[in-house]
Ligand binder design. Sequence first.
Ligand SMILES: Cc1cc2nc3c(=O)[nH]c(=O)nc-3n(C[C@H](O)[C@H](O)[C@H](O)COP(=O)(O)OP(=O)(O)OC[C@H]3O[C@@H](n4cnc5c(N)ncnc54)[C@H](O)[C@@H]3O)c2cc1C
Length: 264
Amino acid sequence: MYAFEYHRPTTLAEAARLASGNEDAKILAGGQTLIPTLKQRLAQPSDVVDLGAVAELRGICEDGDTLVIGATTPHAEVAASAVVQRLIPALAKLAEGIGDAQVRNRGTLGGSICNNDPSADYPAALVVLGATVHTTTRKIAAEDFFTGMFETALEPDEIVTAVAFPKPGKAAYVKFPNPASRYATVGVFVAEVGGQVRVAVTGAAPSVYRWTEAEQALAGGLDPAALDGLTVDPDGLNADIHASGEYRASLVKVMAKRAVAACV
Ligand SMILES: Cc1cc2nc3c(=O)[nH]c(=O)nc-3n(C[C@H](O)[C@H](O)[C@H](O)COP(=O)(O)OP(=O)(O)OC[C@H]3O[C@@H](n4cnc5c(N)ncnc54)[C@H](O)[C@@H]3O)c2cc1C
């Protein structure tokens, strides 16, 4: 680990001031990704701004038909929240399926989406539900937020403060978890949003995407058989020691059918 200045602000304004204009500063949330990255000397920030004591960034609330989750809310809190379970039960189930108990108690919604690991679960929820990412300077539509593998639309000194999820109709998320980490080898989120069925896929490609062919096939209703005629092109899909592109292509369809069948 390289030496850096550690800061633990207690307000968002102070955190924003510490990060502002300093391209070499790094935000620390749950540390589940950042700490190993620092230990392996893959990053050399001049300053680390820990959001852990900024109370205003943590919590879950209902705002009309929208669920608002603070950026530093850990996965375990999302999974256990009665508000999330009532408004978007599929989101609570997604959070419950992340990693193990330690990861769920330390890892945060904001850290997950800012890291944008291609196998992370939350990006599928944000994209399928048409969520909005709130930052210190603006609001970003989920589909504009995730721009590539480990890349987002964030500026270096921009801090995610919360995510607003509109309440869907029927919805379900199903993944084929890596047996060690539980990351999604492939995960598919299906949801009724504004009278239309939407399908988002994570794990398969460099970044989350909507499977528009499946959305068209499901326009007549949430019937898993409607996807029978579709094939997924493995070209350009992720291929690694965990799964080939061909295997991931097959999983996309299988997970999508299971998610449609699980929609409640
Ligand atoms: C063993 C293991 C298993 C895991 N399994 C899964 C899984 O099954 N599914 C899954 O989806 N994820 C999984 N994860 C990822 C984990 O859930 C965390 O979400 C992820 O590691 C990052 O979240 P964090 O809060 O720890 O962020 P950190 O590590 O603190 O930060 C990650 C990155 O985001 C930036 N950042 C953090 N918060 C903000 C913010 N508010 N604004 C701007 N930038 C910010 C940091 O600067 C850093 O670049 C796993 C991780 C581990 C270690």
